[in-house]
Design a protein around this ligand. Sequence first.
Ligand code: ADP
Ligand code: MG
Length: 258
Amino acid sequence: MQNDALHEPDQALHVEDLTVTYGDVPALWDIDLDVPPGVMCAIVGPNGSGKSTLLKAALGLVRPVAGHVRFLGRVASQMRGRIGYVPQRQSVDWDFPTTARDVVEMGLYHRLGWLRRPGRRERARAIDALAEVGMQDYASRQISQLSGGQQQRVFIARALVQDAPILILDEPMAGVDATTEDVIMTLLKRQRDAGKTVIVVHHDLTTLRRNFDWMVILNRRIIAQGPVDQVYTVDNLRAAYGRQLAVIAASGTAGSPP
Ligand code: ADP
Ligand code: MG
């Protein structure tokens, strides 16, 4: 297949035969996956099930041993600036000396080119994006001086400022308070309602059915994928989480599945 030929352009995300290994250990095994445009899609699975690896491989940040991935028919490298990505928080160095506004402006660099300084229009867009996540008052604050939830909102603003058709977020609600979680969820749903595709690695099964319309259950392989009301079943969740499912339900971090 030629690199510039569109392949499965009707899917927001199309993954075919994807296998990823770290050393000799497979993290993802023969993944086939489709996410249609305009949905809010949750990716769930136990710790270490390959959720982050799936996102990174899709984005071209990790090289697969087999398979291929398309966003709206194109490889990730042809989608520059058209995918907003918020990595898992632990994977970001929060100590670099930069303000919240600088971080958001980084979302525009693909347009500016790395050497051009942002002008007044870019600055205004960055402030608008910060306002969307309720962080406009913190624009000049060093990122290291913000709380975890505030940092997360700034990184979401960086993804939003691009106005990309596809948003990909890796556990955006991890370690944030309930208010921030509500803010983030409302904002993501608004993006979905505006026609964007929102793909979220999400750890909380209790809030899943309420907020997502599409889901993927992963445990190195695809356990199930499709509309939430068809896929969110005890059998599917047990197939992914095994005996952990009872523990998750009992601890109150997840409600009982239907
Ligand atoms: P999840 O996001 O579902 O918790 P990950 O995709 O982070 O899972 O990891 C999947 C598996 O791959 C885990 O067993 C993890 O330890 C391993 N892994 C992840 N990243 C690396 C890496 N850079 N080097 C080696 N092993 C890794
Ligand atoms: Mg992860």
